[in-house]
Design a protein. Sequence first.
Length: 269
Amino acid sequence: MPKPRYDLVVLDLDGTLLDQHSRVTARTRASLERASAAGVAIAVATGRSYPLVRYFTDGLPLTGPQITYNGAVVVDPVTGKPTFLQAIPAAFVGPVLAFLRARAIFSCYYTEDTIFIEGHAPLERALVPPDFPHQPVVVDDLTGLVHLPCLKLVAVAKPESISLLRPAAEAAFAQDLYVTQTAPVLLEFLHPAVSKGAALREVMAYLGVDPARVIAFGDGHNDIGLLQEAGTGVAMANAEEEVRAIADLVAPANSEDGIAQVLDRVLWE
């Protein structure tokens, strides 16, 4: 087997590793398994929780530290336990909830193991699949949860509403929080030091990996820092223009085994 050019492959989940049916295709799985067998560490970097990573990847060899909750939690794949966890400063949780409520935006409160929501919205299924065993918990008022460490707050709305909400949210909170769009229908608020890119720096230092030997794939606004920190940043063809603009390479779309096509071409020396 030829020597791999990279020591670490980092993959966004939705729109990148997963195809249009939210599955890892057979070709992409085979490419990643070949890389893992050659000693390449495989990590997911996602806004989702670690249990959801495992739900969607179904036995994929995820051997590197896993970046979840957009970098607010890094998980050891052997123990399944967090090695890093950073909650939102408590003083900002109430103001963000008030900001979203004033705009009649459906909001979600994420703790380490639970998603809390007020009532239901048509877009709620953007959070978890209907057959996922840990469904969101409905409460009367999210502000009653501010005593619980909040890893992120998530706004859920139609794409046209999120596109208007994002600049307003950045103007109101970007000096104090990390505000990032993770899907056309999702806008997230996290600790200011948290991002996928910051988490990747920690992971590279922990593994002792040279950034030049790291390749990362993504498609969304929250992947920009991830691609910039990696030695090779790859945007999917279905990525937003702002992501493709900063990438070193553009892969075919997630619906066309884009990850496998790039890895099969560039991974092996």
